[in-house]
Design a protein. Structure first.
Length: 139
């Protein structure tokens, strides 16, 4: 029975598209906060919805997902969102939507790099700050 369980778990892990990384790409200019569990999940062929002011867009590409531990900043989730957004803006990110009254507070950002790669980011502040980044496929 133990052998069967190990095989099932190994098979599931082999089929799973995501893998771990220690951080986000360098173009994601986050503040110096610890990443929960010191890991960022990466899916090379992911898909995500991004909420904009008047609509929601779905994009496909490489996805990074991690959670920032902001406890050292206090419990004000709106202030946490503001500080994370400011750090991203310093790296050239454009705020596409910011909804601080929302529970949980949410921001959607976009970055076009010098080599014309398009990245999207979604930041939601729960008990940790959920940061999802997607590098959009050209196709």
């Amino acid at each position: 029975m133990v052998r069967l369980s190990i095989l099932l778990v190994a098979g599931f892990l082999a089929a799973a598209p995501a893998f771990g990384a220690s951080s986000f790409p360098k173009s994601v200019t986050l503040p110096a906060l610890p990443i929960d569990k010191r890991a960022v999940d990466v899916d090379p062929k992911g898909e995500s919805e991004f909420i904009l002011r008047d609509k929601t867009e779905v994009h496909r590409g490489k996805v990074w997902l991690g959670y920032l531990d902001y406890k050292a900043w206090g419990a004000d989730k709106r202030l946490v969102l503001e500080r994370i957004v400011e750090a991203l803006k310093k790296g050239g990110w454009e705020v596409m939507m910011l909804d601080e009254p929302r529970q949980p507070p949410l921001a959607t950002l976009k970055l076009v790099t010098d080599d014309n790669r398009v990245l999207w980011a979604s930041v939601e502040v729960f008990e940790t700050a959920r940061v999802l980044v997607l590098e959009q496929d050209d196709g």
